[in-house]
Ligand binder design. Structure first.
Ligand code: XMP
Length: 175
């Protein structure tokens, strides 16, 4: 499979790191004293979660959920596949879902609905590194947003194009 050609750097590593400091402060202030479980959505939020969680000095549990919503190209497919059976145990816990990007909102909407219906957590909030500036197909917004970006396909810092570029330290636009 051909690699997509990369365009300009949208967010460099230093810019991301500085914003994570601020996000972590907001999250820490809100969850102080609450039983918190962070649910990182794989694979895209892996780097985001690793860097963010090291800035949150609270007792917390970490769980992961493996989903696929892209099925290949550069357009969100609108349907979400849960790649594992069942959900972690969230009884008596506040859940903070971490994802790489809020695009159409289909993925996070499906995850939130399933959590609420099947796992009855005390609360569900959502934190994303990136939020695309576009009308959303689903009535879902994030509670914590790293950066609002234009509606272009981006890679790096956990985000991929057909499996490539997740390990870039910066977020870059695909041409
Ligand atoms: P939706 O549309 O459900 O999309 O909000 C969420 C998931 O789709 C992937 N996604 C992207 N991946 N560059 C990527 O590498 C992008 O610009 C992009 N937009 C959406 C991503 O996995 C996200 O969790």
């Amino acid at each position: 499979m051909m690699r997509a050609e990369l365009g300009p750097t949208l967010l460099d590593a230093a810019t991301i790191a500085a914003r994570l400091d601020g996000l972590a402060c907001e999250i820490t202030a809100f969850y102080k004293g609450k039983p918190l479980t962070v649910l990182a959505i794989l694979n895209g939020s892996l780097l985001f979660a690793a860097d963010l969680l090291r800035r949150i000095p609270l007792p917390l549990r970490l769980e992961t959920l493996n989903v696929a919503s892209y099925h290949g190209g550069m357009e969100s497919s609108g349907w979400v596949t849960f790649l594992q059976d069942g959900l972690p145990d969230f009884a008596g816990r506040h859940v903070l879902v971490l994802d790489d990007i809020l695009d159409t909102g289909c993925t996070l909407q499906a995850i939130r609905q399933r959590l609420v219906a099947e796992a009855a957590p005390l609360s569900v909030r959502v934190a994303v590194l990136l939020r695309k500036n576009k009308p959303r197909a689903q009535p879902l917004d994030a509670d914590y947003v790293g950066f609002d970006i234009d509606d272009a396909f981006v890679v790096g810092y956990g985000l991929d194009h057909q499996g490539h570029y997740r390990n870039l330290p910066d977020v870059r636009v695909v041409r």
